[in-house]
Structure formats: structure tokens, C-alpha cells
Design a protein around this ligand. Structure first.
Ligand code: CA
Length: 496
């Protein structure tokens, strides 16, 4: 038996979070679209959460919930457009540091303030760049050469090998930009998935009947997805508000990359211009372009998560490291005709959550209890043997990871989305989800309630609010919603 050092007796955490990676494009959850063998591998010696949700389906707010274990109204970062994360507050990395952990974050940050609580940080400015990306560290901004997903993984491996103190436990946060809009593939994978025709979701042509807020959005693939920025069909005579941003992205490539990129997408543009598509044919064309480019971006991600897992294994770290794979929220892949996120509907309320478990944590297979991204902070603290401060709103998942099924586990969860008016025009709303039902209240410039029976209507097409026979369940759900708003001390509360 090899000697076990003091550091190895405490579990490490490697937390891999992607951006906008949805379960429909991850074969551990859904095998209809693509195959992601390396990502699926995370759960092989571990678990897959089948009811994993976020508290606010948007980048910065979701990250703030994860870092604090608190809902948006408590951590103060309610929306991307007006928020600056208050780094002076209590956060999970700070609490881990106090417990003797080394902490490092590499990749997307998107909280606008300088990271606090990390011994090492090397982050992207804003949304970051796929090609030849800029980074910011304690010394300032600089540029790297290559494709972002590869570079973030290289940096994570380099920190593990060279920069950390190997006598102490660590928590490493690897935050990818992939697979955020506008889905720019690694040059060597440009041709992947071009022979695949993805199946349109059954509700791609949703008419939004009975759902006012859903009908008011600007996130429809047919209506709102741009040809140039999103689909990379650049036509100099058709400019949009996104065109300059798109050209700026292209200018980041070197001559060789740009030549390969232009050769690929210009040939698509020539073909597109010949076809004169309109209406449904145009919407379906955009859908295929969207799915293919998104799948290519996931391809590089899958390879890189495999590379990091292999490295952890080769270094003998897998046995005492919790490896988490998740995203900052789910995403629409044509469901309801949409791309993007924000809504409390299932596709974007959900987020993938896979975990490789270290020795000593016995759970395997699926965990069906409802969990939320505010639970990560107390889980990591619990795993580190550190106390969980009373003001943290999430609950530790450690009992579930031990294979226990506590009888008093949460039976409902709370959601609140704030970013309106804003891009994509998703109205402000809060709501409650139980095992079977979901009640949502859209407020601010409207006052609309929605109620779904997820058992009979999993794609949330039929708003049952106000329908005969729903009075009792509506009363129960409104009561539960208010109970959660009081429990979490949300200053915005439903009227009883
Ligand atoms: Ca995101």
C-alpha cells in the first residue's frame, strides 16, 4: 500500500462548468442528437442527477448562486446587465480557503468584479473569445494562441501539475465558455456533423396559445436567430445589429484559421444564396445550422473533459477527488421554436449534473431528488469538513452522495428571473416547481400566472391556470410559493 499523505485524506474538488450546455446535447441524458463519451464518463464511477435545476437561468446570476449558495436576491447579482458581483461578501471559495483549501478558477467568470477567494485566477474578459482568446489574471490582460476550450484545459492541467501546493487539498474551478452563442467550432472540427440532419422538436412550431410571455419573446430560431452572427452565413449586403460583432470575432483568427473558416462558411453562403429560402424552410435551415455548430463546439468540449479526466487518473487524483460536471443552465435546442434560456420552463430550468465520486462516497447511478445550484456551496463545504454558515440557503448533497435518501429532502424549489427589459425579451417571473407541478407568475409589466402538470404535459404546452378543476392544486402551489419566498426572504413576494 502506498503511503497516504495528510493532504490525500481530504477530498479535492474539480468543478467543471460549461456555459449553456444543455442535457439534450449530452448523451448521458439524451441520446437523440449527439454522442459525448467523455462527458458521460464523469458519471461512470459516480452519479447522474435527473432533477437538477438552477435558481435563475442566466450566466452571471447562476454563477453567483453557485459561489454563494444563495438565491439572487441574497447574493445581489440578479441580472447580467446591471450587476457587479460584490466580492466582499461571504463566498464558498473563501470558506474553503479558511478550511485550508487552495482555490483556483480558470475560464469564464462573467461577474464583472475582480475574483476574490481564489489563490489563483485566470479568467476571460466578459463572455470571452473562442479564437486566440484574451485572459485576465492578477497581472493584467494578455492574449493566448489557439482555441479556448483547449487552452482552458491546458491551464487547468498546468495548475494541477506545477502551481498548486501538493501537500494541501484543493478546489479547482474549470469554467468553459463552450457552448455559448455564437457556437464557433474549433477549426479542425468544422466539418463534423455536416452529414447529420437533426430532428425538429415536436413543438418547434409552437403558437404560444395561453402563454403570453412565451409569445412575447425575441428568441425564436425562425424570427430572431441571425444569419450572419449565429448561422455564419455572411452576406456583405445584409447587415444586422450583430454584423460588426461578428466581423470582430472573425478578425481574431490568424491567416490560416481564417482561410479554413472562410472556405467552409463561404461555400455554405453560396449555397444558401441560391436557395432563396423563406418561412418554415428558412427556420428549419437555421435550426440545422444551429444544431450542427453547437454539436461541433460540444465535440471539442467532450475531448477536453476526457483529457482532464485522464490526467486526474494518471496523477492518482481520481480516488480522492469529487469531479463535478455541470452547466450554468440548460438551453432550448428548438423546443418552443427557441434558442437561449431564461424561462422557468424545463429545458432552461434544468442543468446537467454529473459527478465522479471519490472513494468513500458510495452512491452510484441516478439520483432523483430535486437539487439546485445553490446546493453546490454547502456540498463542497460539507465535503471539506468545514462548517456550513446558517445564512446559506442551499443544502448539502453529501447525504445523497453517500447513498442516503433523507425523508425530509426538499419537495419543491424556488426560481426567480429578473433580466427584463433586455435581450430576448423574457419577462420577469418567479415560480415554484414540485415533483409534478409548476406554478409561474410573470410580473413587472404583466400579471400572468401559468400552471403546468409536468406528468401529463412535460413539454409545457398547456397552461392550466384558471381552468376548472385546478382550484385546489393552484391554492396549494400558491401557498407553497409564498412559503418559499418567505423562507428565502425574497423582498418580491406573490400576493396571497
Ligand atoms: Ca450561460
Amino acid at each position: 500500500m502506498p503511503m497516504i499523505s495528510a493532504a490525500q485524506q481530504r477530498y479535492n474538488v474539480v468543478y467543471i462548468m460549461t456555459d449553456d450546455h444543455t442535457a439534450q446535447m449530452l448523451s448521458a441524458y439524451d441520446t437523440r442528437n449527439i454522442h459525448t463519451p467523455n462527458l458521460d464518463r464523469v458519471a461512470q464511477d459516480g452519479v447522474r442527477f435527473t432533477r437538477s435545476y438552477v435558481a435563475n437561468s442566466l450566466s452571471g446570476p447562476s454563477r453567483a448562486c453557485m459561489l454563494t449558495g444563495k438565491h439572487s436576491h441574497k447574493n445581489g447579482f440578479t441580472n447580467n446587465e446591471h450587476g457587479i458581483f460584490d466580492g466582499s461578501q461571504q463566498t464558498m471559495p473563501k470558506l474553503l480557503q479558511a478550511a485550508g483549501y487552495q482555490t483556483a478558477i480558470i475560464g469564464k467568470w462573467h461577474l464583472h468584479s475582480t475574483p476574490t477567494g481564489f489563490d489563483h485566477w485566470d479568467i476571460l474578459p466578459g463572455q470571452g473569445d473562442y479564437y486566440n482568446p484574451r485572459f485576465i489574471n492578477a497581472k493584467g490582460q494578455y492574449q493566448e494562441k489557439g482555441y479556448l476550450t483547449n487552452i482552458i484545459t491546458d491551464k487547468a492541467i498546468s495548475w494541477l501539475d506545477h502551481d498548486r501546493d501538493k501537500t494541501r487539498p484543493f478546489a479547482l474551478f474549470v469554467h468553459h465558455k463552450a457552448c455559448h452563442r455564437n457556437w464557433l467550432p474549433e477549426i479542425k472540427y468544422l466539418h463534423e456533423y455536416e452529414d447529420v440532419t437533426f430532428k425538429l422538436p415536436d413543438n418547434f412550431y409552437d403558437d404560444y396559445a395561453g402563454r403570453t410571455a412565451a409569445g412575447a419573446t425575441e428568441m425564436e430560431i425562425g424570427k430572431d436567430m441571425t444569419l450572419d452572427y449565429d448561422c455564419k452565413i455572411y452576406r456583405p449586403d445584409h447587415k444586422t445589429m450583430y454584423t460588426d460583432g461578428y466581423l470582430d470575432i472573425l478578425s481574431r483568427m490568424n491567416t490560416k484559421e481564417r482561410a479554413a473558416y472562410d472556405y467552409f462558411y463561404d461555400s455554405l453562403a453560396v449555397d444558401f444564396n441560391r436557395r432563396h429560402l423563406t418561412g418554415r424552410a428558412l427556420a428549419e435551415y437555421k435550426f440545422q445550422r444551429y444544431m450542427r455548430d453547437y454539436a461541433k463546439v460540444v465535440k471539442t468540449l467532450d475531448v477536453n473533459v476526457g483529457r482532464l479526466l485522464d490526467h486526474l487518473k494518471a496523477q492518482g487524483l481520481l480516488d480522492n477527488t469529487l469531479v463535478v460536471y455541470t452547466s450554468d443552465q440548460g438551453f432550448y435546442m428548438g423546443e418552443h421554436g427557441w434558442f437561449d434560456k431564461r424561462f422557468m420552463y424545463e429545458e432552461s430550468l434544468s442543468t446537467p449534473l454529473l459527478m465522479h465520486l471519490p472513494k468513500g462516497l458510495k452512491a452510484r447511478g441516478d439520483i432523483k431528488e430535486m437539487v439546485q445550484n445553490i446546493d453546490y456551496t454547502p456540498t463542497f463545504l460539507d465535503l471539506a469538513g468545514a462548517p456550513i454558515p446558517a445564512d446559506i440557503q442551499g443544502v448539502s448533497l453529501l447525504p445523497l452522495l453517500r447513498g442516503e435518501h433523507p425523508k425530509n429532502w426538499r419537495k419543491s424549489l424556488y426560481y426567480h428571473f429578473y433580466e427584463y427589459p433586455a435581450e430576448h425579451a423574457v419577462k420577469r417571473h418567479y415560480g415554484v416547481r414540485t415533483e409534478r407541478y409548476k406554478l409561474i407568475h410573470f410580473y413587472n409589466d404583466i400579471d400572468v400566472w401559468e400552471l403546468y402538470d409536468l406528468q401529463n404535459d412535460p413539454t409545457e404546452m398547456h397552461n392550466l391556470y384558471g381552468k376548472p378543476g385546478m382550484e385546489r392544486i393552484t391554492r396549494q402551489l400558491r401557498k407553497e410559493l409564498l412559503r418559499l419566498q418567505k423562507q428565502y426572504d425574497d423582498p418580491i413576494q406573490a400576493k396571497n
